[in-house]
Design a binder for this molecule. Sequence first.
Ligand SMILES: Nc1ncnc2c1ncn2[C@@H]1O[C@H](COP(=O)(O)OP(=O)(O)OP(=O)(O)O)[C@@H](O)[C@H]1O
Length: 549
Amino acid sequence: MKELLFRRKAKFIQYLFATFLFIIDHFAQIGLFSLILGAIERGDTGYYKTVILITIGFIIYSPLNFLISRMLRIRYMRDTILDVRKQAFDKIIHMTFKQYSQKSKDVYISNLINDINTFENKFFLSLLNFLINAGMFVISLVILIVLDYKLAIGMLLFSAFLFLLAGFFTKKSTALEQEVSTANEQFTTEMSNTFQGLEILKLNHIEEKFKEKSLDTIGRLERKKFAANVFTDMQMKIVWILAFVASVAALIYLTYGFLGGMTLALGGLLFQLCTSISRYLINAFPMWNQMKASISIYNKIAEPEEETLSNLKGTKPFHFEKKIKVSNVNFYYDKKQILKNASFTIEKGRKYLIKGASGAGKSTLMNLLAMSIDDYSGVIEADGANYKELSEKSFHDKVAFIYQDVFLFEDTIQNNITLYKDIPMEQIQYAAKVCGLEAVIQDKKNGIHEMLTENGKNLSGGQRQRISIARAIAKNAEILFVDEGTSSLNEELGKEIEQVFLELDNTVIAISHRFYEGVTDKYDYVLEIKNGLIHTFPAKDYFDEVITC
Ligand SMILES: Nc1ncnc2c1ncn2[C@@H]1O[C@H](COP(=O)(O)OP(=O)(O)OP(=O)(O)O)[C@@H](O)[C@H]1O
């Protein structure tokens, strides 16, 4: 947090100066009030005129001072909030895939919108109020020490007591702010799910049911916000009552002073200083807690997590010249064992098809081989290097994923194939040709530079899937992980696409429920999962047996 605040030193100093301007204005007001009291007491016309001139000067100076102070503060706040937004976005975008997939994408959206808004609204407001009130407190106390040190000691003791009291509230304030943040995440996720499934809700006339559920979530969020606000108000009220008691005590003390010959101007000034000190404390302490709560939100959304740092530990480059060896791998989801003592080998250039009943563990196995899961026992090695020591980036640079749903960017066909990497044009054209995209590209007015509309809506399912295979070929991926890559296509198209990646030289590890006559049996091996055990079969034998059975 300190690093964020001091990143723009010059602007931060301007921010502090702007706060100081605010404080000057406040003390000018107190001084003016005292001068007016003095003028009434003295009844001197010349002095009276001087006070009127000073008052007019103050009326002109005060709004100007406010304007300058505000402009200086806004510049700093704007730049710092921009930094927070960038940092929060960076944190999400640089998460490892494994970390990212632990939460729903809506949680990240909530962090980027709701949490940043909370931080923006609360942090600077509380920082400003805290600085102003703390600054005014110090100045008032110094003046009070000069004018009446006994009164100053009394006020200092009272402040120390309030400081201790505020410490008790800090933990609760932070916890409440975190609860609001979590409720925001739940709200965003639920809303997103509801809207994604709106078509089903409407077709089945169950909107009302979901409306009730949504209202519950909104209610929960509002209750959390209410609790956080009430707690801040409650702190203010407690401090306010104590401050009132302190002001009454100061008034009694001053009354004795007045009876002992103290002037009206001095008495008025001392009383104002005491009540102001109380007021500064009333404002400063809850703001301090609010500031700490906002900092906890900043840490949550913008500071890298321990896990991210520890995940960077795998630094060895991924090489796959010969084989990936899986030895005695066991994997559990909670207490349920999914894979038992799995041992097999993936040879370079071979095509593997993972088979098994629904829920047998096919995706789990693919995730293990794709480095998306690492909390397994046993060893997976690529050319002798332990998977757990490999750099995730190096691995992802050399593999490609082909899913049932292809995500396409609103950009050119070329950028959708290269995924913004610097790949020679001949390689891109080769990839497009191998995947049967040549005719599609020729058909487009701008060829390979044709823009795709949102998520490639101007392409057919088959064309979209071909682009996803072209990505793998263009990047020269050593392994293609294909998870139901043809399931959304019709039989004929599915067969054509499956044929494309089975004819590649690359290693393919695929999951498919489909059997395409004359194509599926071109896989080299089938890895069948049954009751957690993995059996390797030459594909021809496996399908001959299945078909015969
Ligand atoms: N994140 C998870 N947490 C807990 N259990 C899980 C999780 N993911 C999957 N499972 C369970 O692990 C088992 C294997 O799941 P997996 O998705 O690997 O099966 P699959 O063979 O790919 O299934 P399908 O063919 O239906 O897609 C299932 O019983 C599933 O319920």
